[in-house]
Design a protein around this ligand. Structure first.
Ligand code: PLP
Length: 383
C-alpha cells in the first residue's frame, strides 16, 4: 500500500523501518558517525552524507514522519523544544516586532523577554485568546512574528488559530503555534492557517521522559523563514543527538496508542474532578465548563490531550499538601510521558510568573484511570 494513503497510526507503527534493502531491518539503525568519507576524486561517496550536523538518516526519517503527521512541507529536529523556539525567534530582525501570547509556558516567555531586551527586537505580549486585543495589537504593531501556544501551559487557554492567521495576513506576519500539549494527532495548526508549528518533542511525541528534542514544521518550504530556520539549525548547531533521534523515532511508534489512552484518561479524570467539593475548577479544554471548549472542539479533531490544571479550593499550603499526599502521580515537572506527573507550578516558575499558588498542573499518563482517580481522591482528603 502506498505510504501516502496510510492512516497516521499505521505510518507511526512502522516508523523508520523496513526501508533498508541491504538488511531488511524492521527497526532503523542508529547512525552515530559524525562525518563521511570522500573518494579519491574528492567526491562524496554518498551524496547527502557530508557531516552529521545535517546529514543524519535518522533525522531525515523522523523529520519525514513528523512532516507527514503535521501535513507539512518540511520539518527540522532540534536539540530541545527551546532550541527550536530560539531558531524561530531569530527569524525576527532588530527593529521588527514579535507578538507573543501572554500566559503561556513560562520558559518561552522568559526566553523571549531576555533575548529581545538584548537584540533590539520589539516584544509585545497580548492575550491572544481575546480576538479584539489580538486584532488591535496586530494593527498597532505590524508584527513580523505572531507566536501562539495552543492550548496554553498551564492555563489550557485556546487561541483561535484560523482567526489569528487571518488577522496576521494584514501585515504579512508569520504565525507560529506551539502545539506541544496536543501532538499533531490531535491538532494540525498548519491546516488552520499557521505558517509554522513547533513541538517540544521531549513531551508526548517521545512520550517516555527520556529524550530532549524539538521539532519545527512549515507549510511553505520555499519561504524565507524556512530557509533561515533550516540554515540556522546547521549554522548554530542545536542538533538533536543520534541516539536521541533513534529513541524519539522508537517512541513515535506508539504515539497513536498513547494519545488514545491519555485522551481517554484525561477526559474521565477532568470530568470526575470538575464537580469535586475540594476543587475550585479543572482547566481542561475537553470539558464543557472550560471557557475554550467550543473552539477546542472545532480545532482539535483527535481529543484534547493529557495536560490539565486543577485549582484547589483552599490555600497554596493546601495545594502543596495535596501534591505531598499523592502516591501514584510523581512530583516532577514536564508533561506528555506515560507516567502521570503533578507539579506545583508556582514553586517551579516563581512568584513573578503569575501562576496561582493553588494551581496543580497534571500530566495524565497511561495508568488505569481508576488508580489515577483514587490517588487524587485520597490526596484531596489531606486538607
Ligand atoms: N513548549 C512548551 C509548551 C513546553 O511546555 C515546553 C517545556 O515544558 C517547551 C516548549 C520547551 O521544551 P524543551 O524542554 O524540550 O526545551
Amino acid at each position: 500500500m502506498a505510504r501516502s494513503t496510510l492512516h497516521p497510526d499505521s505510518l507511526l507503527a512502522h516508523a523508520g523501518g523496513g526501508s533498508d534493502p541491504q538488511t531488511g531491518a524492521v527497526v532503523p539503525p542508529i547512525q552515530p558517525s559524525t562525518t563521511f568519507v570522500r573518494d579519491e576524486n574528492y567526491e562524496l561517496i554518498s551524496s547527502g552524507h557530508l557531516y552529521s550536523r545535517d546529514d543524519n538518516d535518522l533525522f531525515r526519517k523522523t523529520e519525514g514522519l513528523l512532516a507527514a503527521l503535521e501535513g507539512a512541507e518540511d520539518s527540522r529536529l532540534f536539540a530541545s523544544g527551546m532550541a527550536a523556539i530560539a531558531a524561530i525567534m531569530r527569524t525576527v530582525r532588530p527593529g521588527e516586532t514579535i507578538l507573543l501570547q501572554s500566559g503561556i509556558y513560562w520558559g518561552t516567555t522568559v526566553f523571549f523577554r531576555r533575548n529581545t531586551e538584548r537584540t533590539g527586537v520589539r516584544l509585545v505580549e497580548v492575550d491572544a485568546t481575546d480576538l479584539d486585543a489580538l486584532s488591535a495589537a496586530i494593527s498597532e504593531h505590524s508584527p513580523k512574528l505572531v507566536f501562539l501556544e495552543v492550548p496554553s501551559n498551564p492555563f489550557l487557554k485556546v487561541a483561535d488559530i484560523r482567526a489569528a492567521a487571518d488577522l496576521a495576513k494584514s501585515c504579512g506576519a508569520t504565525v507560529c503555534v506551539d502545539a506541544t500539549a496536543v501532538t499533531p494527532l490531535i491538532m494540525k495548526p498548519l491546516a488552520l492557517g499557521a505558517d509554522l508549528v513547533v513541538h517540544s518533542a521531549t513531551k508526548a511525541l517521545n512520550g517516555h521522559s527520556d529524550v530532549l528534542g524539538g521539532v519545527v514544521s512549515t507549510s511553505r518550504k520555499d519561504s524565507p523563514d524556512w530557509t533561515f530556520i533550516a540554515q540556522e539549525r546547521h549554522d548554530a548547531g542545536a542538533v538533536i543527538g543520534s541516539f536521541e533521534a533513534w529513541l524519539l523515532l522508537r517512541g513515535l511508534r506508539t504515539l497513536a496508542l498513547r494519545v488514545e489512552r491519555m485522551n481517554a484518561n484525561a477526559q474521565a479524570f477532568a470530568a470526575h474532578f470538575d464537580a469535586h467539593p475540594k476543587v475550585e475548577s479543572v482547566l481542561y479544554p475537553g470539558i464543557s465548563s472550560h471557557i475554550g471548549h467550543d473552539l477546542a472542539k472545532a480545532q482539535m479533531t483527535g481529543g484534547y490531550g493529557s495536560l490539565m490544571s486543577l485549582l484547589v479550593k483552599g490555600s497554596k499550603a493546601d495545594a502543596l499538601k495535596v501534591t505531598g499526599a499523592l502516591n501514584l502521580f510523581q512530583r516532577a515537572t514536564s508533561l506528555g510521558g506515560v507516567e502521570s506527573l503533578v507539579e506545583h507550578r508556582e514553586t517551579i516558575e516563581g512568584p513573578n510568573s503569575g501562576i496561582p499558588g493553588t494551581l496543580l498542573r497534571l500530566s495524565i499518563g497511561i495508568e488505569h484511570i481508576d488508580d489515577l482517580i483514587s490517588d487524587m481522591e485520597q490526596a484531596l482528603a489531606a486538607f
